[in-house]
Design a protein around this ligand. Structure first.
Ligand code: GDP
Length: 453
């Protein structure tokens, strides 16, 4: 299905108009194709050396017509992104020079690259493993500086190294098991249990890392709920430090659900500001109530807002009832007006923070508490090693196989049964790095890339 024999070409920059655009060529004919369509200012076709930058012109070799003035760079195999010969031509960033230059490359024998095909070649040629190739996508799509750091670390091989080490240890166990199966008289049985347990613990740690990494990568849906007028919009504004949400002293005027992303120390909180919860016959307000329920149903995390300067109202109890069971932080607002008792009993299992959206008092503590709630505890002092649902699922599968293996060991099951669990754990880890990846898996992953990457 995949071939490495031909030479591929594509535009590597986004469509549209820009200062420059880059056309990338990779494969055995890359340099020859470039030589045929490139001329220096003196009209010569230079012998292209690796890692050099050439100034000149893209010229149609059949008609002799100049297409554009360009810079051309060369990277000879194996010192390139794909580990093949690569040429990149920077043309002026308009659709016509881009299209004509690419057309010349194709006319000279290159094939239009598929989405992600350059990165696929980097993978097939052993320059990147699968988790590193996926990290390329995350680098491009990262929403916060922290998400970028996580992706860069994965690209550099932080996860790959972990997985490769654990898989190597499992392969060692497998070899020992195989020997014991094949030569039962000659091979002394080893106690696998301690090693299986140690690897299992490492997998559990990696699973936690993946859960945390996914939060940095994808964010958490966060609903701000409370009865009208407790200060939800004001609090949202204070947290965002913008004026996006509508703040007004008239109850129930926040009709529409607004969504903003709060960058909470690297964790994207996708905030949903909802109309207050109120029993009402007003049809418009009813929609607001419905939205509150719906927002809570979708939320990973809730910020429950009360007006701490007045006694709890019945609607406050309703809010508490709706939010029960969802990880929540209670913001007891309007602390500048004084605080009455009675809120501690509402959602007692959730942390209560006294704040003032007006003066900003307590907002730092609120942010810290939210961060801890988002991450399910104190944030460890390092960036997460894994961050993808695919990796989490495979880590889970590997960990489950090792648990089965531990139980089989404890029951003294026959060796070939143990081998089944062991090889499944090995396969799951191999799918993370791509050492055991089906063509179909590769196709789904690389289809998510853009053309030219
Ligand atoms: P929402 O209906 O829950 O979104 O409440 P709003 O954010 O619209 O606030 C309702 C009223 O309370 C507005 O007049 C705000 O200015 C006021 N308010 C909000 N937070 C505070 C606060 O911390 N202290 C004081 N004194 N007033 C506040």
């Amino acid at each position: 299905m995949y071939t490495l024999d031909d030479t591929i070409a594509a535009v590597a920059t986004p469509p549209g108009v820009g200062g420059i655009a880059v056309i990338r060529i990779s494969g055995p004919e890359a340099l020859a194709i470039a030589r045929r369509i490139f001329r220096t200012g003196r009209g010569t076709s230079p012998r292209l050396q690796s890692h050099r930058l050439y100034h000149g012109f893209v010229v149609n070799p059949d008609s002799g017509e100049t297409v554009d003035e360009v810079l051309l760079s060369t990277m000879q195999a194996p010192h390139s992104y794909t580990r093949e010969d690569v040429v990149e031509i920077s043309v002026h960033g308009g659709p016509v020079p881009v299209r004509e230059t690419l057309a010349l490359c194709l006319a000279q024998g290159a094939r239009q690259a598929q989405p992600g095909e350059f990165t696929l070649r980097a993978f097939l040629n052993g320059r990147l493993d699968l988790s590193q190739a996926e990290a390329v996508l995350d680098v491009i799509a990262s929403r916060t500086t922290q998400a970028l750091r996580v992706a860069e670390a994965q690209l550099a091989g932080s996860l790959s190294n972990e997985i490769r080490e654990l898989r190597g240890r499992l392969l060692g166990l497998f070899a020992g098991l195989q020997a014991a199966i094949d030569f039962p008289e000659d091979v002394e049985a080893v106690d696998m249990q301690p090693e299986v347990q140690a690897i299992g613990e490492r997998l559990t740690w990696l699973l936690d890392e993946a859960e945390r990494g996914m939060i940095y990568r994808d964010g958490l849906r966060t609903a701000i709920v409370g009865r009208p007028n407790v200060g939800k919009s004001s609090l949202l504004n204070a947290l965002l430090r913008t004026d996006r949400a509508i703040v007004t002293p008239v109850p129930g005027t926040t009709r529409d659900t607004l969504e903003e992303v709060l960058n909470l120390r690297g964790v994207p909180l996708l905030l949903v500001d909802t109309a207050g919860l109120a029993d009402t016959d007003d049809p418009v307000e009813r929609i607001g109530v419905e939205r509150t329920r719906r927002a809570l149903a979708q939320a990973d995390l809730a910020i429950v807002v009360y007006d701490g300067s007045v006694l709890p109202a019945e609607q406050d109890m309703d809010v508490a009832a709706l939010a029960r069971g969802i990880p929540a932080v209670v913001a007891v607002n309007k602390s500048d007006l004084g605080t009455v008792d009675g809120y501690a009993e509402l959602l007692p299992e959730s942390p209560h923070i006294h704040v003032s959206a007006l003066t900003g008092a307590g907002l730092d503590t609120l942010e810290e508490t939210l961060l801890a709630a988002a991450l399910g505890g104190e944030a460890p002092g390092h960036d997460p090693v894994a961050s993808k649902p695919r990796h989490r699922d495979l880590l889970r599968r590997a960990a489950a196989s090792l648990e089965d293996l531990q139980q089989s060991l404890a029951r003294g099951e026959p060796l070939d049964l143990l081998a089944i669990d062991l090889s499944d754990a090995i396969a799951a880890l191999g799918e993370i790095t791509g050492e055991q990846a089906s063509a179909q898996l590769l196709e789904t992953i690389f289809a998510r890339f853009c053309i030219g990457k």
